[in-house]
Write a protein that binds this ligand. Structure first.
Ligand SMILES: Cc1ncc(COP(=O)(O)O)c(C=O)c1O
Length: 394
């Protein structure tokens, strides 16, 4: 990876060296099971887990007792949808979500729909935002959950989550937010959001893969969930299975670092993003910004370049620049991205979208190099394209 420029930070992030350092003792020497209370090594592991629980809770403004470790946001999202339904199905059977959610929410919701849940998938506007008024109108006496992501993984659009939280609270409906892309990148506080449940994951914030968390509000209201996994009753019965101590310690450290650097990092990453955006727009015409211009993750840029195929560009820069095409996220279907489709992106810009994920370790020199190389590749591919300039294709 050394010589490759990594701009795929919405897919995953590099492990911060300080996180690795914090994890190493728990991979090498302190390997005891955190449930082994019969010896000091086990107690040390349990102590490390509780420290990490405090660190992760702090990042989202929660109490440590409200944080449950999982294997990642996919598991957290599934636990929310299925676990809440198990508890509420006798009284209520309606879920509200929106069209650009991650597949771990949409597919879990569709699964429940096949088991009798009534599902409302709200549309988004051209910039990927859901209208809080639509959320309000969709609520019925049957609704038990509103699940809306904080920020989108493809186009970086930030949803009006606190407005939705307020609407949910007034209606007495639980509000779940998938914060996988937002945690550690923008300020996040479950009280301000009025979120009852929140999912997030370490590997999107410079922590290790395979470890995530679920926030479950314990007061006003006390949210109850059925576990997905049964067994040893770890995590107070909500998530059985031997705790991933090194992963949890890494998640804790990643949270501590994120909290400390958040403001500066947001500014730095946003300015690199603006440099890339401006540079590409100056050099290449018929470039379309997908997503919101201001309600957007600082490190996300999603651009469509008319007349090219995103996959052909990726093929040419393979090994040099790690980027992704929006369509790559559509569950291997080979179709266009469900996010861009939901935003009504015109057809000549659907398979032409590249997602740039700028992060903590991206440098200004890398952005210069990407600007130069991409301009050259796109301009050349356009020369042989019947779809460029776009009007010629109509
Ligand atoms: C918005 C969003 N939700 C959920 C997930 C799933 O996270 P994990 O890889 O931890 O299961 C991702 C990651 O791809 C994501 O971007």
């Amino acid at each position: 990876m050394n010589s490759m420029i990594y701009l795929d930070n919405q897919a995953t992030t590099r492990l911060d060296p300080l996180v690795l350092e914090a994890m190493l003792p728990f991979l090498k020497d302190d390997y005891a099971n955190a449930s082994s209370a019969s010896h000091d090594a086990g107690l040390r592991a349990a102590e490390a887990v509780e420290k990490a629980r405090c660190q992760t809770a702090r990042l989202i403004g929660a109490q440590p007792s409200e944080v449950f470790f999982t294997s990642g946001a996919t598991e957290s999202n599934n636990t929310v949808l299925k676990g809440l339904w198990e508890c509420r199905r006798a009284e209520r059977s309606h879920i509200i979500t929106q069209a650009t959610e991650h597949s771990s929410v949409l597919a879990a919701a569709r699964f429940l729909e096949n088991h009798g849940v009534r599902l409302t998938v709200l549309p988004v506007d051209g910039e990927g935002r859901v209208n809080p008024g639509d959320v309000h109108s969709a609520i019925t006496d049957e609704t038990f959950l509103i699940s809306i992501m904080l920020a989108n993984n493809e186009v970086g659009t930030i949803q009006p989550a606190s407005e939705i939280g307020r609407i949910a609270k007034q209606a007495g409906v639980f509000f779940h937010a998938d914060a996988s892309q937002a945690a550690g990148k923008i300020p996040l506080n479950v009280q301000e959001l009025q979120a009852d449940l929140l999912s997030w994951t370490a590997h999107k914030m410079y922590g290790p893969k395979g470890i995530g968390a679920l926030y479950v509000r314990r007061e006003k209201p006390h949210v109850r969930l059925q576990p997905l996994l049964h067994g040893g009753e770890q995590e107070r019965g909500l998530r059985s299975g031997t705790l991933n101590v090194p992963g949890i310690v890494g998640f804790g450290k990643a949270s501590e670092i994120a909290e400390a650097v958040l403001e500066d990092e947001q500014r730095r990453v946003r300015s690199l993003r603006e440099k890339l955006f401006k540079g590409l727009c100056e050099r290449l015409d018929f470039t379309r910004l997908n997503g919101h211009s201001t309600h957007r993750l600082p490190g996300n840029l999603n651009l469509s370049f008319a007349g090219i195929e995103a996959e052909a560009v990726l093929d040419e820069i393979r090994g040099e620049i790690a980027l992704s095409a929006s369509s790559a996220c559509s569950s291997g279907s080979g179709g266009a991205s469900h996010v861009l489709q939901a935003m009504n992106v015109p057809s000549g810009y659907l398979h032409q979208a590249l997602r740039f994920g700028i992060g903590r370790f991206t440098t200004a020199e890398e952005i210069d190099a990407v600007l130069e190389r991409l301009t050259e590749v796109i301009a050349r591919q356009r020369k042989s394209s019947p779809f460029y300039p776009p009007d010629a294709a109509l």
